[in-house]
Design a protein. Structure first.
Length: 448
């Protein structure tokens, strides 16, 4: 306890760090206040307060409940995430964007600008669909959905997403941690107190198991968190040697370094991809079905806690983990960068053989990472069958727990860096904190 209090004092004794933390808290507070401001002309009491399922539930989680409240920030940061994914895929496949990426800082700024433009387009399209299906479709929620109301609502939703994107960039520039990730995290955390209260009440209702069962659930949740931390920080280090060079009176190279390859290089993206992809055939079959009775396919795969849905979603997550890892970790680029810097892996020829060796290692370590990711994704469906409430079950797995763990580790790592630069003790006695940004930074930037 004394160590913790001393660390807090050290954190706030650094003026720059203190200002960054206060900036971050202030921007996050503005975002949370915006999630409670309802669109003009909408009666919030008539809206469906259910969080939805699948990708709709994911959007509601990321927006901190603004989606179901028809807030001015209802679409949140999801359009920006979608635009970022599209630009990232284009960078891997389209030569125009590949050349832009190789331009360095100027190229990165251009890609970011294209991402912002694409975000506006995606938000405008999603705003029309959101208003039609989630707001106007609700009986009495909008008494007079005139043309003017549609135009102003779409404009407000686009502005809300752009404002959220601006908040995220400001947090990254003037605050601490990654702004976009922190905005997503604060939306998830905002649901935690209510989920705990609901679960606590359910355990003290008839046959709920009482306090002992509630404590057991918290212990299991703690084990899941520890497992996610190990998965986020897990790496396989490949040793590299650099050739010794003498230029003038100075010696270069000759040292030994490592490439840190992540066990889970894809993060939560495979879960998001799998949920989005699986919704498409469900909706298409649902529209094609005739009569009031839903098609057997729709019934089976609309149950997100059913066996069929979770088996298919687990297989899709494993497949998408390999796919996303393949497009984010390029062994050929790493091998070329290593050869350019006169580095080599002991026992492996430079060039093509090195790329094949790195690809082989990535394939091996991605398998346990993908299996763990699939297990975490279907864990809420497992615990829901143990009479855990829906809200609390979502914190046992899926995107929520992985985002929370990853963002917290990244933010603590930045705080620790400030402490170490000022010659204070770090946050951990056993060693420095490793977040998502630190692990794998070398292979992403070509630094070995």
């Amino acid at each position: 306890m004394k160590k913790f209090i001393e660390t807090i004092k050290n954190i706030f004794s650094i003026e720059e760090l203190r200002q960054r933390i206060l900036y971050t808290l202030g921007f996050l507070l503005i975002f949370r206040l915006g999630t409670f401001v309802v669109l003009p002309g909408v009666n919030p009491e008539k809206l469906d307060q259910g969080s939805g399922e699948g990708i709709l539930q994911l959007i509601n989680i990321f927006s901190g409940g603004a989606f179901q409240n028809a807030s001015i920030l209802a679409l949140g940061i999801m359009p920006y995430i979608s635009a970022s994914i599209i630009l990232q895929l284009l960078t891997m496949a389209v030569p125009f964007f590949q050349r832009m990426q190789r331009e360095g800082e100027s190229g990165r700024k251009k890609i970011n600008q294209y991402t912002r433009y694409l975000t506006v387009v995606i938000t405008a399209l999603q705003a029309v669909g959101y208003l039609g299906t989630q707001v106007v479709d609700k009986t009495g929620a909008v008494p007079d959905p005139s043309t003017f109301w549609w135009l102003q609502s779409v404009l407000i939703l686009v502005t809300g997403t752009v404002f959220t994107m601006w908040l995220g960039e400001k947090i990254t520039d003037k605050g601490i941690g990654n702004g976009i990730s922190l905005i997503i995290m604060i939306g998830i955390v905002a649901r935690l107190p209510q989920a705990l209260i609901q679960e606590f009440d359910s355990r003290f209702s008839g046959g709920g198991g009482g306090l002992i069962m509630f404590v057991v659930e918290l212990a299991i949740l703690l084990l899941v968190v520890i497992g996610c931390i190990l998965m986020v920080q897990g790496t396989r280090r490949i040793p590299i040697h650099f050739a010794k060079r003498i230029v003038g009176n100075r010696q270069y190279g000759g040292q030994r370094n490592y490439i840190p390859l992540k066990v889970n290089a894809a993060g939560v993206m495979p879960i998001i991809f799998a949920q989005a992809i699986l919704m498409i055939p469900i909706q298409l079959v649902g529209f094609a079905s005739s009569g009031d009775e839903p098609n057997w396919f729709v019934r089976a795969f609309s149950d997100h806690y059913g066996v069929a849905y979770n088996i298919v979603i687990a297989l899709l997550i494993i497949a998408f983990t390999y796919f996303y890892t393949a497009i984010t970790v390029n062994p050929n680029t790493m091998a070329e960068e290593m050869k350019r810097n006169e580095g080599f892996i002991p026992g492996v020829k430079p060039g093509k053989k090195t790329a094949e060796f790195i690809d082989q290692i990535m394939s091996r370590i991605t398998l346990p990472g993908s299996l763990m990711l699939a297990f975490v994704a279907i864990l809420p469906a497992i615990v829901i069958n143990m009479n855990v409430t829906d809200e609390f079950a979502s914190f046992y797995g899926g995107t929520s727990i992985l985002i929370l763990v990853g963002v917290v580790l990244d933010t603590l790592q930045q705080i620790e860096s400030y402490l170490l630069m000022r010659h204070y003790d770090g946050l951990m006695k056993s060693g420095r904190i490793k977040g998502r940004s630190s692990v794998g930074m070398a292979q992403q930037q070509g630094q070995f």
